[in-house]
Design a protein around this ligand. Structure first.
Ligand code: Z2T
Length: 831
């Protein structure tokens, strides 16, 4: 220690410190210490949740040194940092994942056993941070895991919603929404940073003036202000010292802003100001695809984006780096258009507040931003009415006009005399009421634009961003999504993990290409036997969970056919139901029919205001109730709807699947990521040529994938030539009978009203071509039945699915982002 100041010696902590020991004995002591000093409970009266908090804090301590060291290393080396801006981070439970990534699962299990507790019971106490709707938010979480594991300098920036995605309860078959109070018992993973905050302005007006050197400048005089305070969560990489940061912003009232009200004695007005300020980060909007169009949503977006950009500028300042180097220090990725106001905000910060000239600011902005698109559905594309935008962000609207003026000049130069093109490409849409088109703002403000699967990127370039692709083809690329094998295999499927470790060595977790070595074992009896036993165990585990949640009993020996995802017409849960009702009718009409027994399992939330989606949930539960109670059929089929699908119960669901339902209308699902989680866990897919299904089939081979349905091109041509769903009803007796059974109230105690809107919609409109794909789907399900009866061959195909899932690791996806878009290289963080 010679040469180091005494204060530093006193403060120094290392990962080998006995106080931070990774052995079970040290962990036991740490849990007892936290129980005593942080939780304030005697071990004898402590609840499992108290033990959860104590263990979580002990584990956080064990990341703290790496965490601080990681931040310090990036800073010292002046490394470029990827800033992933996302309105959603669907992290899922932290504890189990951190144990896996720190390699101390067994030690934690032993430590708790010493204290008389089972680790699994303690893990189940965590209320997951559900700060996302579905795929997009979970993708952001998988990407943070991969960035840390690949040792890439990165920060996730988002919103600390007080209430995350609602909890779903099923009452009388209908979805009800319960507020998600995830912070009620505290959050041991976050560290509040009350001194790291930025001011956020709203409303007011702008003033144009000449500065002291005669330049035209603009001042924004806002009329409201809130504060954004940082809350940090450590993101520990797997098997490395890298521990990155997820920084979420929480809104607080500004103490002095209501001073005037306070001075005149209006105490209640002052307190009210505080309440209003804090509504900004109260609740996550629970709509997955349709854009919400609410002012508060725009306020949330601007709030977290300005805090994040101000934070980056602050970090530059701390590093004594000139603002001119912004784009060399930060790669700012827009997770869909939700943070796209960042393009205008960075311009405002540079031009108005740092007095950059426009061209220099614009060069920095475009060099910094990248934009990922996640949907082509027109109703999901964000646009904001001009009056609302002008009221909330008047200066940003002016900036957007100026970006647009210069951009459209460029378009006119490249494509003279093409005003139709200019109107199509404008940042301001003029169909009906005038609106700001956020996808256009994100595209114009980014040097790189990507879709999330090969097919999706092609369609993106051919449809909604066609004109932009013609203008700047070099800015476009594909980045097929990926999922983290740490959470979605090692943590959630310990049986399979053990077999893979034993067969391949542990490196498969970071080099999933090694999974291909399973090909060589796929035909071996003994290996198939082990594989089958693991799957059966996982099905047993899910079956118990379903029984506990719903009372439904499912035989683990049956085929587990699973569709879990948000409920949406384009995802076609109702096509799945039509198949179930078809089989039900066949069994009722022909009791001697040979049909391998199947459990049809569903899960997923509907947006609270989505009428059709809520009715689809009711239909699933109604069909389930009828079938499960009918002895004529319930020895060969059962239906279960798992309430409140979330990351935590997903851990039980994916590993138990035999068959993965990926049946969206071709061209509508941008990628899908559940499809990858199922494949990784050895499920076979029945699916359309949509999103990443196309690439899954390519990897696993056409023989090991159940394909059906119209292609994206066929869907478009059917729609162009006039789709008439009723023709399919008229031409298919079985389909007609199935629809009539549902419509007549067979599954609703004779109530012929409840499912009428669904049946009418299918027969008269059917916007997602359910009926056009019905016959092909039924035929394909018959192939599934025959394949299932050949156990060795099914097991072989199951093994091949895992073997060929390596491409879908988020490590591969993040490597591509780092190389092609961000120009970010790994940096080793020393122990
Ligand atoms: C979302 O989860 C997705 C797209 C959205 O478009 C919004 C949300 Cl909340 C605005 C999903 C896609 O539907 C899915 O296909 C994709 O796999 C996922 O994003 C991640 O890219």
């Amino acid at each position: 220690t010679s040469g180091i100041g005494a204060d530093k010696v006193a403060l120094s902590v290392t990962a080998s410190d006995v106080r931070l020991g990774m052995q079970a004995s040290a962990l036991t002591q740490a849990v007892l210490d936290h129980l005593h000093y942080s939780v304030g409970r005697l071990p004898s009266v402590a609840s499992p949740h108290d033990y959860y908090r104590a263990l979580a804090l002990a584990i956080r301590d064990r990341m703290e040194y790496r965490w601080i060291n990681t931040t310090q290393t990036y800073f010292d080396l002046n490394r470029k940092v990827a800033c992933y801006l996302s309105a959603e981070f669907l992290m899922g439970p932290h504890l189990g994942n951190n144990l896996v990534n720190l390699h101390i699962e067994q030690e934690a299990r032993n430590a708790l056993a010493t204290l008389g507790h089972d680790l699994d019971d303690i893990l189940a106490c965590e209320k997951e941070p559900g700060l996302g709707n579905g795929g997009l938010g979970r993708l952001a979480a998988c990407y943070l895991d991969s960035l840390a594991t690949l040792q890439c300098p990165a920060v996730g920036y988002g919103i600390r919603y007080e209430f995350g995605i609602f909890e779903q309860e099923i009452r009388d078959g209908w979805q009800t929404e319960i507020t998600d109070k995830w912070l009620r018992r505290g959050n041991p993973w976050e560290i509040a940073k009350p001194d790291t905050f930025y001011y956020v302005n709203w409303g007011g007006h702008t003033e144009h003036y000449q500065d002291e050197v005669g330049c035209q400048r603009v001042r924004w005089i806002p009329d409201r202000m809130v504060k954004g305070v940082a809350y940090d969560t450590p993101i520990q990489g797997y098997g490395v010292n890298t521990c990155n940061t997820l920084r979420l912003w929480s809104a607080e009232a500004v103490e002095s802003f209501d001073f005037q009200a306070f001075n005149v004695g209006d105490y209640y007005q002052a307190v009210n100001e505080k309440l209003v300020s804090e509504t900004v980060t109260k609740v996550l909007y629970p709509n997955d695809e349709p854009a919400s169009g609410k002012r508060l949503r725009l306020a949330q977006q601007y709030f977290f984006v300005t805090c994040s950009l101000q934070d980056m500028l602050h970090l530059l300042e701390l590093a004594h780096a000139p603002v001119e180097t912004f784009a060399e220090r930060f790669a700012v990725q827009l997770n869909d258009t939700h943070p796209s106001i960042g393009v205008a905000e960075l311009m405002r910060l540079l031009v108005d507040e740092r007095r950059f000239d426009w061209d220099a600011a614009w060069a920095i902005t475009v060099a910094s931003f990248g934009y990922t698109n996640h949907t082509l559905l027109p109703e999901a594309l964000e646009t904001w009415p001009l009056p609302m935008f002008a009221e909330l962000l008047p200066r940003h609207l002016e900036i957007i006009y100026e970006i647009n003026r210069r951009f459209l000049d460029e378009v006119r130069t490249r494509f003279p005399d093409d005003e139709a093109r200019v109107a199509r490409m404008s940042l301001i849409g003029e169909e009906g009421d005038k609106r700001v088109r956020m996808a256009h703002l994100a595209t114009v403000g980014s040097h790189a634009i990507n879709g999330v699967a090969a097919l999706h990127t092609e369609l993106l370039q051919a449809s909604i961003l066609k004109d932009f692709h013609e203008l700047w083809p070099e800015r476009f690329s594909n980045k097929t999504n990926g999922v983290t094998p740490r959470r979605f295999l090692a943590l959630s499927n310990p049986g399979l993990r053990e077999l893979l470790d034993h067969t391949l060595g542990q490196q498969w977790l970071t080099e999933p290409g090694l999974l291909r070595k399973l090909d060589a074992h796929a035909d071996k009896d003994a290996f198939q036997h082990d594989w089958y036993a693991i799957k059966l165990g996982n099905k047993q585990r899910l079956s118990s969970y379903i029984h506990a949640q719903t009372g439904i009993e499912i035989d683990p020996g049956w085929l587990f056919d699973i569709q879990v995802k948000r409920i949406h017409e384009y995802k076609r849960q109702h096509l799945n139901i039509l198949h179930i009702v078809t089989m039900y009718r066949r069994l009722k009409e022909n009791p001697a029919l040979v049909l391998p027994p199947r459990a049809f399992i569903f899960g997923g939330k509907a947006a609270p205001g989505y009428f059709m989606a809520k009715r689809i949930i009711k239909l699933i539960n109604a069909v389930a109730e009828t079938i499960n109670a009918d002895p004529d059929v319930n020895t060969r089929m059962k239906v279960a709807f798992i309430p409140n699908f979330n990351v935590q119960n997903a851990h039980l669901i994916y590993p138990a699947a035999d068959l993965s339902e990926q049946i969206s209308t071709a061209g509508k699902e941008a990628s899908g990521t559940g499809n990858m989680k199922f494949m990784l866990n050895g499920a076979l897919t029945i699916g359309t040529l949509d999103g990443a299904n196309v690439e899954i089939r390519e990897e696993v081979g056409a023989d090991n994938f159940f394909l059906f349905g119209l292609s994206a091109a066929e869907v478009e041509s059917v729609k162009r030539t006039g789709y008439r769903p009723h023709d399919y009803v008229a031409g298919n007796d079985e389909l007609r009978a199935v629809l009539e059974l549902i419509g007549a109230g067979h599954f609703s105690q004779g109530d012929a009203e409840v499912f009428r809107p669904l049946v009418d919609n299918l027969t008269h409109d059917d916007p997602f071509l359910v009926l056009a794909d019905y016959a092909a789907y039924i035929a394909c399900q018959e192939q599934v039945n025959s394949a299932w009866q050949d156990v060795p061959n099914w097991t072989r195909m199951s093994i091949l699915n895992t073997a060929r899932s390596g491409k879908f690791s988020s490590d591969r996806a993040i490597t591509e982002y780092c190389e092609d878009i961000w120009n970010i290289r790994p940096v080793t963080v020393k122990a």
